[in-house]
Design a protein around this ligand. Structure first.
Ligand code: N2P
Length: 368
């Protein structure tokens, strides 16, 4: 995927758009659509097919954490037409006036969405005015089956595997990765300590920080996407990661025929389920193209291909029968009743709590 972040590139693109008449409906006659999405989150063939069908050129950049995305979009002027925050971040985007209401007359595929899931999302986007769900997944532990068995000789069934220094000491040499995602990591740590993962109590955050600071010396890297290749090639033996990303690591190891067996587990203490959502920034240069793309992704055949590639579940009920059986029948992708009992949804923090949490997360990252 091409990174498109240089200021020079942005200026050149802005000039080009001005020359074409920015703000007009370019969707019908080509134009450009700038998407900012999570890494490892789309089958590139779908972007090519979209361009072939519509004449709209796609510039596709990637990020790997909500924190990075939110800072940019709330500041404005990103030049992006379509971005993909998670459910718990969305209310802050709405409150800040950073995104625009969707024109539902341009989204003919909305009826394909699962009404039960849309019910859950109503807490974050009342009336489904701003967002269309893309993918959903969980946070869990990705691990190298043989390396962990050799060092721990116990099942990967608890967050203690990656949060208790006694276990971490035995895993340090084979590579421990943590997400560099403050809200996600605090949700996991609060919950492991038996506190409400959506706690607002400063003492709960202090206890979680203490836990994470103690784990830190054993962590090789805090990063939110490098663990995929690291797990696949044997450079990491445990990673706190996102479900589909770990399952992609498993596929990559299989394709490389390197003998590395990767597995994914949601620990018994439970974890977060999240939903990532398509939204259009307030100042998107080509909102018409963004609507066209969302409607394209609402097609059952298109979104089924996206889920088959990413190993994340989508919200499109009409697509389920089109999924690969391997994806549809995997309870780590399409969450079954057993796992679902252990999952929680993260709610939205206000800016003050978020600032405090990020201040504490900096201590975890720096060890100071
Ligand atoms: C995609 C990861 C998405 C997960 N690589 C977090 N919402």
């Amino acid at each position: 995927m091409r990174k498109w972040i240089s200021a020079l590139g942005a200026l050149a693109a802005a000039a080009l758009l001005a020359a074409c008449g920015a703000g007009s409906d370019k969707a019908a006659g080509g134009g450009e659509l700038r998407i900012y999405n999570w890494s490892d989150y789309i089958d590139p063939a779908l972007l090519e097919a979209f361009t072939k069908e519509t004449g709209i050129k796609v510039r596709y950049d990637t990020f790997d954490s909500n924190e990075v995305l939110e800072t940019k979009v709330l500041q404005g002027g990103t030049g992006y037409d379509l971005v993909v925050p998670s459910n718990h971040n969305l209310p802050r985007y709405i409150q800040a006036g950073a995104i625009q209401p969707l024109d539902k007359s341009k989204l003919s595929g909305l009826a394909n969405l699962d009404p039960a899931l849309m019910g859950h999302l109503a807490a974050f986007d009342p009336g489904a005015k701003y967002a269309v769900p893309y993918m959903q997944g969980t946070i869990g532990i990705g691990y190298n089956v043989d390396a962990v068995a050799k060092r721990l000789g116990r099942p990967v069934d608890s967050w203690a595997i990656v949060l208790d220094p006694a276990n971490l000491a035995k895993l340090k040499d084979c590579g421990v990765y943590f997400l560099d995602a403050s809200e996600d990591m605090y949700a996991v740590a609060l919950n492991y300590l038996g506190n409400d993962p959506n706690s607002k109590a400063p003492a709960d955050y202090a206890a979680a920080t203490d836990l994470l600071v103690k784990a830190r010396p054993y962590v090789r890297k805090f990063h939110s996407s490098e663990y995929i290749d690291a797990l696949a090639n044997g450079d990491a033996c445990v990673a706190v990661g996102y479900s589909g990303d770990v399952l992609q690591a498993k596929d990559r190891a299989g394709e490389a025929k390197n003998g590395v067996k990767v597995a994914y587990a949601v620990p018994r203490e439970g974890s977060q389920i999240w939903f990532d959502l398509f939204v259009i920034p307030k100042d998107a240069p080509n909102a018409a193209a963004a609507h066209r793309f969302i409607d394209y992704m609402l097609r059952p055949d298109v979104i089924a291909k996206a889920s088959n590639f990413t190993h994340y579940a989508n919200a499109n009920a009409a697509s389920t029968k089109l999924l690969d059986a391997e994806v549809r029948d995997d309870p780590n992708v399409y969450v079954g009743p057993e796992l679902s009992k252990r999952l929680f949804v993260t709610t939205t923090k206000d800016q003050a709590l978020l600032r405090e949490l990020n201040r504490q997360w900096t201590r975890v990252l720096t060890g100071r």
